[in-house]
Design a protein around this ligand. Structure first.
Ligand SMILES: NC(=O)c1ccc[n+]([C@@H]2O[C@H](COP(=O)([O-])OP(=O)(O)OC[C@H]3O[C@@H](n4cnc5c(N)ncnc54)[C@H](O)[C@@H]3O)[C@@H](O)[C@H]2O)c1
Length: 260
């Protein structure tokens, strides 16, 4: 067990990648506070993991609100006595033509994906610094932090900024023994794909033409990277973002067309 007795927070844990990471952290011996803005789905996810015998608790929080992020961190400390791992995973995407993006669209995406994660780093680090035993903070980025896809420009911009939260946070917190790392998944089979990344056959063909492994990733394949980064196996890694993406980022040109 890589994470025996470590205490972790996972935001956006009610479903998808967040839920898979919470489960994997718990399977590795961690005690996990699941957090999400969706109260009903969060209760169901927490009950599911508790039913599997895992040490879990839940706390409803909207990461766009800094005070709620601070309360979430305090809730983990109140419940489990400390904090060792923070996974800033909550995120949304808005699909829109670049020229149609409004001030409200821009602010909504940034407040969750970028500002929410930044204050997640800061709030978790305050507790970790006070504990004096280091810690690990993971930010859930995306391949879109590195690729230009104007139909999800606000999302891509937020994730590009998030990589800098990881990099600058890593340098700022290294003296305290806190590692800050990122994960940038490719296209993973979750409900987020319905937000516009994969809603028709043309999009599926386009994504597959850029995916050497020829299939979507599974949330569990992102969770295994999160468990590695959270563990002492990654003790000399900080500031970097790893990309479980089926080969998307390194591909030049496109893959030959395959049957769906
Ligand atoms: N699915 C993919 O292909 C993919 C690829 C790259 C990166 N990611 C990133 O992984 C993370 C999780 O994605 P997913 O595919 O599991 O998405 P998802 O939509 O299935 O789940 C996201 C969860 O975040 C929660 N959430 C949304 N806004 C929130 C807020 N303001 N405060 C707290 N919780 C909030 C939602 O309620 C939901 O439970 C996101 O940051 C996403 O950008 C996903």
């Amino acid at each position: 067990m890589k994470l025996e007795n470590r205490v972790a927070i996972v935001t956006g844990a009610a479903r998808g990648i967040g839920l898979a990471c919470a489960r994997r952290f718990a399977e590795e011996g961690g005690r996990v506070l699941l957090s999400d803005v969706n109260q009903e789905a969060l209760a169901a996810a927490t009950a599911l993991l508790a039913g599997e015998g895992h040490a879990v608790a839940s706390h409803v929080a909207d990461v766009a609100d800094r005070r709620q992020v601070e309360h979430m961190v305090q809730a983990a400390v109140d419940r489990f006595g400390r904090l060792d791992i923070m996974l800033n995973n909550a995120g949304i995407a808005i699909t829109k033509d670049f020229m149609a993006i409004t001030e409200e669209d821009f602010d909504t995406v940034m407040s969750i994906n970028l500002r929410g994660a930044f204050f997640g780093v800061q709030s978790a680090a305050k507790v970790m610094i006070a504990q004096g035993q280091g810690g690990v903070i993971i930010n859930m980025s995306s391949i879109n932090s590195r690729l230009a896809n104007p139909s999800v420009a606000t999302y891509a911009i937020s994730k590009g900024g998030l990589n800098q939260v990881t990099a600058t946070g890593a340098v700022a917190l290294a003296p305290h023994g806190i590692r800050v790392v990122g994960i940038g998944p490719g296209t993973i089979a979750t409900e987020m794909l319905n937000m516009g990344f994969l809603t028709n056959d043309a999009q599926r063909r386009m994504i597959m033409s850029r995916t050497p492994t020829g299939r979507l990733g599974q949330a569990s394949e992102v969770a295994s990277v999160a468990a590695f980064l959270a563990s002492d196996d990654a003790s000399y890694m900080t500031g970097q973002t790893l990309y479980p993406d089926g080969g998307r980022l390194i591909l030049n040109y496109v893959m030959p067309e395959q049957e769906a």
